[in-house]
Design a protein around this ligand. Sequence first.
Ligand code: MCA
Ligand code: AMP
Length: 523
Amino acid sequence: MSSLFPALTDAPAGRTALRFGERSLTYAELAAAAGATAGRLTGGGRVAVWATPTLETAVAVVAALLAGVPAVPLNPRSGEKELAHILSDSAPALVLAAPGAELPSPVSEPARLDVDVRAGGPVPEDRAGEGDPALVVYTSGTTGPPKGAVIPRRAVAATLDALADAWRWTGDDVLVHGLPLFHVHGLVLGVLGPLRRGGSVRHLGRFTTEGVARELNAGATMLFGVPTMYHRIAEALPDEPELVKALAGARLLVSGSAALPVHDHERIAAATGRRVIERYGMTETLMNTSVRADGEARAGTVGVPLPGVELRLVEEDGTEIAAYDGETVGEIQVRGANLFTEYLNRPDATAAAFTADGFFRTGDMAVRDPDGYVRIVGRKATDLIKSGGYKIGAGEIENALLEHPGVREAAVTGEPDADLGERIVAWVVPADPQDPPGLEELADHVARRLAPHKRPRAVRHLGALPRNDMGKIMKRALGQEQGQGQEQSQGQEQSQGQEQGQGQRQGGEQGQGQGQGQGQSRG
Ligand code: MCA
Ligand code: AMP
């Protein structure tokens, strides 16, 4: 029996485990397919998974977990530079992919193993220990390339069991989502979560409001999404009665990965009578807090600490804040079985991430209400941008921009965006002011090297970047210079319209583009 997935052998006969579009696997079929693939992962080391939103990705990850081999999910849209970094850092022995999936050149180095979802093999004996790595998930920091967070098997089990308690999540639940499978939200919560409970997941392939309505109206009970998805649902509700009915009938609507604006909360509640609940997590910590299924779904809060998670707020100097007054702001630090063990090959970064007493420094700033509800009010680092629920480091994009011959200096900030939460703005000093590189060119350049979700949505050309006496770029001043530079935003370039693209700042969101960031210049 698998300690992570007892349902592989225990689920009621015929129960569907996974459905992606028209294709599905029962628990027995999943056990056979994952068992067969696991039987081929005998060489040790890590395996990369070409994480398209398909059955093969789910089977590959379950197989790796059954074999006790850490899996490294790869974003199939990552550009060459990002893929090359992840592959050289994690050094996988194999890449697991769907038959026929085209792998770009950086991924041709490790041997390829095609995943056959109709194969049959026994579920292997569970030999891995609780502290052994289950996954290595790459996540952006403020500077440099993404770091691989090593997530142990105990963290996966602990977080999913804590959520089961908080959400009354059982094998009878049928989850619908359209999240990508190379991050914690879509993969750990969205795929491994239902499998640990012995329930079902229906993946939409890609998120659409029609897909959500169809599945929730056809027996699905829960929906997971990022705020951008709930924003799009809120926008669509007035015109889509099927969507209203679907949400009204759902057991649980859960949002996470970024703050869900109160306005969208309220629009959804008004149209459907249902409240979305928020949970708060991180790649490094998995889930820390949640509004409970039996608790009050209060807009603008991420609920209470999950069972097994110790959470404290601290002052700048590390002093613990005792107050539950809804006012005193401190950094969230967490400790528990849900935490990652290290950043792969980065002992320096790992050491810096933890306090002496083993708490992880999240970098998220919050207050606590008298009843313990946590409200996130911003982030410590101004160089981390959350766009569409993806965490994106400004420094990573600045470095990529500087590799463009038309860019002499670059600074990247996040600005409020009604749909994405924040959008990426590139402030660029062109090498040739007479011929500055345009938005499309720079967006393509970043998308090709890193990933499409990291591309700038607006480019502003400046004669020089504002710097302090130390030579550091003052990102706050950049915000104030907005409108003085030559702006090209996505809406403008695509539609030749006048759109300035200024969304509303989210309730409580603090700090983006307001501090002194890294900023970069050539040479
Ligand atoms: C446009 N596209 C381009 C370019 N311009 N591609 C290449 N080069 C360009 N220059 C393409 C895009 O690839 C995409 O293609 C399409 O145009 C539209 O892209 P975009 O506007 O960026 O996004 P979207 O399709 O509108 O997606 C919004 C989204 C997405 C669905 C909300 O952002 C999303 O899936 N977010 C989820 C993030 C997430 O899971 N975060 C979890 C990490 P095409 O149309 O073909 O797709 S956080 C986490 O795990 C922690 C633990 C937590 O708490 O959850
Ligand atoms: P990532 O590193 O991509 O896993 O993103 C983790 C970050 O997402 C956290 O540090 C928070 O800043 C943010 N986050 C996740 N869930 C929420 C939420 N419900 N509300 C506000 N921020 C969130």
